[in-house]
Design a protein around this ligand. Structure first.
Ligand SMILES: [Zn+2]
Length: 244
């Protein structure tokens, strides 16, 4: 393999790693954003729950006022009952009191039911607050990890960029331009192997002419289908892992 091609391969290997590392950085950032969004959503839900509980509490208060005025009316009727002159009037008031007592008992049951529900609502709010607290702690932990990861990733990226400079300085400006153009247009893969006469960039068979050119190892060979720079895959060569 000629020196220029070897350099291009190394450059490609570095750029592939760089791309992967940049992707990793992005994903780590997403993890934090996802968690933040989740917490924000739960906080919004909690606010809604709290508001609902507040409205409910107000309704309980109103029912309790109704109950008070019912009790006042019943007390008034009892006073009246003691002052009436006839049995008929007495019975009428007694019946009225009976009706109001029945209503009062229904209302009391209703209020008890509402208070139970209100307590449940409050408990749900508290449970929600606890969840949010827990998630917030998790977020802090996650942020710490992500920060550490990002520092590591950045260091690796810096290292690779230095290496990249070394290899780009070995290339003539034409080859570098070609490479850079291909990398920016071909999904960041400019240099690909030919395996079993198939270009591993576009998976089209290469022509006999291309193959001959590759075998001669003189010039830079391009895939006639996708335009990428080709090299012959050889199992005896050291793998691309060597750049790691
Ligand atoms: Zn191709």
């Amino acid at each position: 393999m000629n020196g220029r091609l070897e350099t291009l391969r190394r450059l490609q290997s570095i750029d592939t790693q760089l791309r992967r590392l940049e992707g990793d950085k992005l994903y780590r950032g997403y993890d934090v954003q996802k968690k933040l969004a989740l917490i924000q959503q739960k906080k919004t839900e909690l606010t809604k729950l709290n508001e609902e509980a507040k409205i409910f509490q107000k309704n309980v208060g109103m029912k309790e006022l109704d109950l008070k005025s019912m009790e006042t009316e019943i007390a008034k009727l009892r006073l009246q009952m003691n002052q009436v002159k006839t049995n008929k009037e007495y019975s009428a008031i007694q019946a009225e009191i009976g009706g109001k007592e029945a209503n009062k008992s229904v209302l009391e049951d209703e209020i008890l039911g509402m208070i139970t529900k209100y307590e449940e609502m409050n408990q749900r709010c508290k449970a929600f607050e606890k969840t949010i607290e827990h998630e917030s702690l998790q977020l802090k932990e996650l942020q710490k990890h992500v920060e550490a990861d990002l520092t590591t990733l950045d260091a690796q990226i810096q290292e690779l960029k230095k290496k990249r400079e070394k290899y780009t300085s070995l290339l003539d400006s034409d080859a570098l331009q070609q490479y850079n153009r291909l990398v920016s247009h071909k999904d960041a893969v400019a240099v690909v192997p030919v395996v079993n006469k198939v270009c591993q960039g576009c998976f089209m068979s290469v022509t006999a002419q291309t193959l001959n050119q590759l075998l001669s190892g003189k010039d830079t060979t391009f895939c006639h289908s996708c335009g990428r720079i080709l090299y012959l895959h050889n199992d005896n060569e050291t793998s691309e892992e060597e750049e790691k």
